[in-house]
Design a protein around this ligand. Sequence first.
Ligand code: NDP
Length: 338
Amino acid sequence: MVNYRYLGRSGLKITELTLGNWITAGGQVAQDAAIDTVHAALDAGITSFDTADVYMNGAAESVLGKALDGQRRESVEIFTKVYFPTGPKGPNDTGLSRKHILTSIDGSLTRLGTDYVDLYQAHRYDHETPLEETFQAFADVVRAGKALYIGVSEWTAEQLTAGHALAQQLGIQLISNQPQYSALWRVIEGKVIPASQELGISQIVWSPLAQGVLTGKYLPGAAVPEGSRATDEKGGGKQFISRFLTDEVLSAVQGLVPIAADQGVTLSQLGLAWVLHNDNIAAALIGASRPEQVVENVKASDVVLDDDAKEAIDAVLAGAATTDSALTEEVSPTTRLV
Ligand code: NDP
């Protein structure tokens, strides 16, 4: 089964492997297969699920709602997000204004078929809305019982510190940040993780397998595998994964093969265990285009990498991994998207 970790300085436990449905549900993967993947996750012991209103314009939330229909609500943890424009993309359909937050939460709850989400996350930092307005709106969402906890995604150390102070003043809990993190993308190690440790904020990290690249299935100089994310036009996967598909990165990843063999695990399990080695990470947020991938990947919860194995991985990927902490700032647009 999958181990639980506390989310930030809170009493909420989540599964250290949490299933997300970006690109897959409502996009790359047919609805039945997406639902089967959620059921495989539940069977394997995953109880925490992440989505966002913007994923396939609401369709991913609807698929997750259908997949979890009939589950005991107390036994699953559901996370969603607000910020990016959905629907007709009017001037108030984006960002973290009071208007956008208070209307978006209701849309998300309807699509998810639930009265509340466990975690409501600011998908990016909004440079155009006063932070006080955003946190007052989040506090109202929490007090209305529509979300239990607040999280953010891809915020810098300074933004996390400011948000945390406001949350405390308002008596709500900001307990998580959701950044990209993997053995190939390590930009949060310099500033975000140290600040979060002080604040009592955990990371729930996205693309822990670098969108599948750390499974080792993409080979340098070879055609990408049929049906993989690198071939996905519908959900945009082909474009998102492209930054990792260089010969330099793919050759370095092949250097992990003997390390995985030595540990008696697959490359996917090795990549996830590498992420979970850091105790500021509450969960690796895995994606899956089919149930078998979940079955393989959950076994990472039983893999404990010792420091020597971790260092061996770091050494093999040293030239291929991105570490510049300034890159966190570039992820949140400075002006509204519509
Ligand atoms: P991963 O790095 O885990 O990549 C998942 C993909 O890798 C799968 O869909 C599959 O793609 C491939 N894969 C996984 N396991 C295996 C395996 N064992 N064998 C072969 N292929 C495998 O994570 P994602 O990039 O999917 O991101 C995970 C979640 O993170 C999202 O669903 C979302 O919830 C969240 N996220 C958040 C963002 C944010 O801004 N906050 C941004 C992006 C994601 P395939 O079979 O198609 O090749």
